[in-house]
Design a binder for this molecule. Structure first.
Ligand code: SF4
Ligand code: SF4
Ligand code: SF4
Length: 243
């Protein structure tokens, strides 16, 4: 009995690893498409990504966005030198997560037309457009590059606190019917899921994730030591309002 349970645990762990490899492969393909200058050819596919977010969560940020991928890849490189990344404490994160909305309001005040460009999928375009003039554009490029440096020791800094593009997909995902679901009865409160989350969500605190920060990376599920405790499953959007 115990042996079969261990086998199932191993199988589950391997499946989760495979899923993370699959996600990384998809991310790298989109990064290559961007580097190859072919991004405009895949852009029409993104009319599906936003409606999908309403139903199943934000797949764009966790699976496709090249700038998110760049931060994640640099994070992996950073892990070679520093196993544990810096994390903002939950008490500060609670407020700090709203910084990207404030920033988005400032960016949109400069380039109001972007507010209505729901098909936009370029994470750094709003920044670059908000900065007019050669000097400002150079400064904007420098700022974006510095985020990549910070990503070596802090997961997805730009996604967490600055990206105006990500909030579009994040807010859409608040109505999701499919999400990360936690079984409180089998949860041992080890908080591995919280530590694994690159968007600093306290997965262990609720029965399911309904948070505009979630990027559907499924790292929380992969990190959970209790097989079946965290799943990607059907959830009732109204449940989170009952608390
Ligand atoms: S938050 Fe912005 S930079 Fe991060 S993955 Fe989403 S769109 Fe890309
Ligand atoms: S680790 Fe889980 S909760 Fe955090 S962003 Fe990824 S899928 Fe969402
Ligand atoms: S990793 Fe799994 S068992 Fe640990 S706190 Fe999160 S849901 Fe519970």
């Amino acid at each position: 009995m115990q042996q079969s349970s261990n086998e199932n645990d191993n199988k589950h762990r391997k499946n989760m690893q495979k899923l993370q490899w699959l996600r990384l492969s998809v991310q790298l393909i989109f990064l290559a498409i961007l580097i190859g200058g072919l991004y405009k050819f895949v852009k029409p596919a993104f009319v599906v990504i936003l409606p999908l977010a309403f139903l199943a969560g934000n797949f764009f940020c966790g699976w496709l966005c090249p700038f998110g991928t760049a931060q994640e890849v640099l994070g992996k490189i950073g892990s070679i030198f520093m196993r544990k990344k810096f994390k903002v404490s939950p008490n500060i994160q609670r407020y700090l997560q709203f910084s990207r909305y404030i920033l988005a309001a400032i960016v949109f005040a400069h380039i109001a037309d972007s507010l209505f460009d729901l098909s936009s999928i370029n994470a750094y375009k709003p920044f670059m457009r908000a900065m007019s003039g050669n000097l400002a554009q150079t400064a904007a490029t420098f700022i974006m590059l510095s985020f990549l440096v910070v990503a070596l020791f802090f997961e997805r800094p730009f996604c967490n606190y600055f990206c105006p593009e990500g909030i579009k997909f994040g807010l859409a995902s608040l109505t999701r019917f499919l999400s990360i679901k936690r079984n409180a009865e089998t949860c041992i409160n080890c908080k591995c899921c919280d530590r694994a989350c690159p968007m600093n969500i306290e997965v262990s605190k609720g029965n399911h994730v309904r948070n505009a920060q979630c990027i559907n990376c499924f790292k929380c599920i992969a990190a959970c030591p209790k097989r079946g405790t965290l799943t990607y499953d059907r959830v009732n959007p109204l449940d989170s309002l009952k608390k």
